[in-house]
Design a protein around this ligand. Structure first.
Ligand SMILES: NC(=O)c1ccc[n+]([C@@H]2O[C@H](COP(=O)([O-])OP(=O)(O)OC[C@H]3O[C@@H](n4cnc5c(N)ncnc54)[C@H](OP(=O)(O)O)[C@@H]3O)[C@@H](O)[C@H]2O)c1
Length: 355
């Protein structure tokens, strides 16, 4: 296999570290630069002792010329509103980019500004239409030729994969969708915050940001485009927007997301028929597993893997279908999915380096 040269910006963050762990064992990758502003000059083993005898590499400060000259592809695992300063420079130098932040996921810059409180400059506004939303199960063909991939958020990945077949086949009403998601504490990244201290999370379970979480516009954008058909949707954005009622919760575990989605069936359906459309929709998707009712997925089935496991139950009494979808937020929700995208962009088998 011909190797590509890959660097990671934000290599000491939660998602960045997972990227390094996958890439250092990936047979198609030569891991070149690991970039950190806080730990530049230190060896990665000084920050993560578990890399001893596995990876011997110095972290460096970001230098555009050095990074772009030495790399074919760069992962930017930076906070949102930070990536947008780096990504256009890398692209201008001819480097492919997979950005793990939200900066290129939202197609409408006004919507991004509303939810992330920062405005894109003209160059970045132009890049929004070029960026491919990196959900391989939906956008495989576009990802193959992408120069910039906007890697999806963790909650959106679990939700969109969980209900896409129902929306695509118009089995469910686009109105009144309710989503309850529960995430482990690593979903918030490594920055310190009181609500994430051990004594606050442990033996606790709570809802947060219950009407305004910044993953909402991304979820609504993608569900709308699946239900209404991408092209029609672009023309009629306003009147065809799906709105969801989304409540995130913090679970007292390190990693993993479980999303429960409640949707109204347009007409009564047999479980076999629903199972069949899920199986068909994901027949070529190596990382999506569909559970046959009454089996339901659990977080521990996917921890440490790139799988999204999906199960459902039809609640005939109330005319609803309940879908349960689980992922590891740091893998299928971040680094694993990013490597899946790299594999597709580089002509490697989609599953290369991933479990
Ligand atoms: N955690 C998840 O489950 C998850 C899932 C999906 C997507 N994401 C997205 O992936 C990106 C990285 O997430 P993460 O969880 O790995 O975050 P994180 O743990 O906070 O790491 C972000 C890294 O970015 C670097 N950085 C550079 N400039 C920075 C700045 N101005 N402010 C803060 N950090 C800066 C930091 O490393 P240095 O200080 O060493 O430079 C830090 O380690 C985010 O956009 C996040 O939304 C995360």
């Amino acid at each position: 296999m011909k190797k590509i040269k890959v660097s990671v910006i934000g290599a000491t963050g939660y998602a960045g570290k997972e990227l390094v762990k996958i890439l250092m064992n990936h047979q198609g990758v030569e891991l070149i630069h690991l970039i950190s502003s806080s730990y530049a000059g230190k060896n990665i083993v000084e920050i993560f002792p578990e890399f001893l005898n596995k990876l011997d590499k110095k972290l460096i400060n970001f230098n555009l010329d050095v990074v772009s000259q030495d790399s074919n592809l760069v992962f930017t695992a930076l906070p949102h509103t930070v990536s947008m300063d780096v990504v256009p420079e890398l692209l201008k130098k001819g480097v492919k980019v997979i950005d793990l932040s939200a900066d290129y996921r939202i197609k409408d810059p006004a919507v991004y500004k509303e939810w992330y409180e920062k405005e894109h400059n003209q160059i970045n506004k132009g890049l929004l239409s070029e960026a491919v939303y990196g959900l391989p199960e939906i956008y495989l063909d576009k990802i193959k030729d992408a120069l910039l991939v906007a890697n999806p958020g963790c909650y959106p990945t679990s939700i969109i994969l969980g209900i896409a077949p129902l929306l695509k086949h118009h089995f469910v009403e686009p109105e009144g969708i309710i989503i309850d998601s529960k995430s482990g504490a690593s979903g918030a990244g490594k920055k310190l915050s009181l609500g994430l201290h051990f004594a606050e999370c442990n033996e606790n379970f709570k809802a947060y940001n219950i009407i305004r979480h910044n993953h909402i516009p991304e979820i609504e954008q993608e569900l709308s485009s699946i239900y209404f058909n991408e092209n029609t949707h672009k023309q009629k954005q306003q009147e065809t927007e799906i709105k969801v009622s989304f409540t995130p919760h913090l679970l007292p575990i390190n990693r993993g997301i479980l999303s429960t989605c409640y949707l109204a069936l347009k007409e009564s359906k047999e479980e076999e028929e629903v199972l069949e459309i899920y199986q068909k929709f994901y027949q070529k998707a190596p990382f999506v597993r569909i559970f046959k009712p009454p089996n339901l997925p659990e977080i521990k089935f996917v921890t440490g893997t790139n799988y999204c496991d999906i199960g459902f139950t039809i609640d005939e009494r109330v005319g609803k279908i309940k879908v349960i979808s689980v992922i590891d937020n740091l893998l299928k929700g971040a680094a694993g999915q990013a490597v899946q995208n790299m594999n597709i962009m580089s002509g490697f088998p989609e599953t290369c380096g991933l479990v």
